[in-house]
Ligand binder design. Sequence first.
Ligand code: BES
Ligand code: MN
Ligand code: ZN
Length: 498
Amino acid sequence: MDYFTTTSKASRRAVDCVIVGVYERGKLGAGAADIDAASKGAIKRHIKNGDISGHFGHCFVLTDVAGVRATRVAIVGLGKAGSFDLTKYRRALAAALNAISRSKTRQILNCLTLENTNGAGSYYLARHTAQTVGDVLYRFTEMKSGKTPPAMPLKKVGLAIAKPGDAAKSMRGAEHGSAIVSGMSLAKDLGNLPANVCTPSYLARTAQKLAREHKNLQTRVLNETEMKRLGMHSLLSVTAGTKEAARLIVMQYKGKPGQKPVVLVGKGVTFDSGGISLKPGPAMDEMKFDMCGAAGVIGTIAAVAGLKLPINVNVVVPAVENLPSGRATKPGDIVKSMSGQTIEILNTDAEGRLILCDALTYSRRFKPDTIIDVATLTGACVVALGHHRTAVMSNNDDLSKSIVAAGVSSDDCGWPMPLGEEWATQLKSNFADMANVGGRDGGAITAGCFLGKFTDGMNWAHLDIAGTAWKSGKQKGATGRPVPMLTEFLLARCGALP
Ligand code: BES
Ligand code: MN
Ligand code: ZN
């Protein structure tokens, strides 16, 4: 997608479609006011006859408006003037784009804006515009045979800015937004692919392909023999039941020689049947999304590499399939993790933590400045926070705060959850150093505490994305989260934000 900025008026630009907004009670946004003036009242006339309204998300498209150079004008309702915020901005823009999605619109000029967009405002406005365009245009058609209806042929997006001085920030926002969109689309594709295609080896090949595309990015892939030699028996216990080969994927992006890296660890269970502790049948297909942590961290390092950010980032993905069989791990089995600690596996469906613990221990070799694991770890997290926010747990309050803050500015929100001895004691085992489950109560937190036993001395955070990584129901599909949150966190860290 190409982006350009312009200070020209909504009515003066000859694009395929110009997008403007009206608030409730007939208050016109700046773009709409200009169109109305140039067309001798076309917008107000349509408000009067009820076609156009300020009702939030309502959209009407006018064509061939006299006095206006654009072929189409999409007028979207913005709701109450006082409560129009960033999230609403994104939803309104999406509504306008959806309204013209069947047309042959190649270039648009977006005149929607948030009031008070000075300072960093024009940067974030452009970034969220790019992200919204990316979300609306995303299609997953790889698995459909025959012809699929093409997405809108949109090629060029104009960003209306108030003054020429905003252009640089605006373009930077669009550039960052586009990189986030590429990372999200990759994460969505990996999530949406079925488990018979997106296997651990497929994830590994994807990581290797990325390394070929970016100069400062390297990928190494370890096989099961190498993992055994490292003592990753906890990870290997999860893959025991499947014929699909497990992989440990290690990616390194070097943008700042000498600096300690941020290490991102992503859960890569390409299918989670639960193993011998088999899951119930309904919606089990959704467990193909159990590698969305892996997809999120791979998407993030792709965005970072695409932007050539001055920072070092490593990705570690333990990739396995969790299936039952005659060789599968059984409830009660005890394994020794790479850290030396022993684990009694009371439930083979609590497999994410079993692969992550060894990946976290492995990551110590990079002497991380910060380590963040990302996982669709617990159903309990979905019960606690629903599908709206990612759970953020950390052994460092400042780290937790900066991750939550990154979630707010990237509109990919998280929410802090506690960790502590009270919950950790639920993991006591009669036979081993710990059990892999701590009962039903506080399930998202006990899972975090389990991982905490492997991150001693590291500056660590854990993101449970079980509720946010994909949508169920009619709109079933991966969301690309938390690529925006993680990329924002890294952009902030390397001083790339205005
Ligand atoms: N991948 C699941 C978590 C999950 C469940 C994510 C539903 C999204 C929706 C994880 O491996 C799992 O099965 N967790 C168990 C843990 C339990 C056995 C302690 C769970 O949440 O039920
Ligand atoms: Mn499971
Ligand atoms: Zn799982």
